[in-house]
Unconditional design. Structure first.
Length: 149
């Protein structure tokens, strides 16, 4: 952070704001800038289509693009959650992802069971299965034995 602050210092008085792109690791940069008195806007890249016709994009072209959108007042932004709330928010997002993955696996197993045996099981019954139960419900096909073992 000290390097970033040192590079920005000569422009402090002329900067309207600093646009930070919302990526997986933006917290440290935005927090450091705000703690040092800079106005920060969080660009939401999911809300705009960048450079549809350009063959190459990189940090420099992204910078010009984000600057132009901010200057025109059309920069799609995201909310910068207070540091104190992010931990719980990130934990809840991770939990949601795990629940979605679990549901996906249950649905996949239901489809497999239906295809292989013509029978069905509800999600609660599938959640209660252990390994021995699975071998009973979905017996190994003889021609698959070598692959599975």
């Amino acid at each position: 952070m000290p390097v970033v602050l040192r590079e920005l210092e000569p422009f402090r008085e002329t900067l309207r704001c600093i646009v930070v792109e919302s990526t997986y690791n933006w917290y440290w940069l935005a927090d450091g800038l705000m703690e040092n008195g800079y106005r920060v806007r969080l660009a939401n890249p999911a809300k705009f289509e960048k450079y549809n016709d350009l063959k190459y994009t990189g940090d420099k072209t992204d910078t010009f693009f984000l600057t132009a959108m901010e200057r025109l007042g059309i920069l799609p932004t995201g909310y910068i959650y207070p540091k104190e709330e992010r931990e719980v928010r990130d934990l809840l997002r991770r939990r949601m992802l795990l629940v979605q993955q679990r549901t996906s696996h249950i649905l996949s197993f239901q489809a497999l069971l239906s295809r292989q045996t013509g029978s069905s099981l509800g999600s609660n019954a599938i959640k209660a299965l252990d390994l021995e139960d699975i071998e009973e419900v979905l017996p190994q096909q003889e021609h698959l034995g070598d692959v599975v073992d």
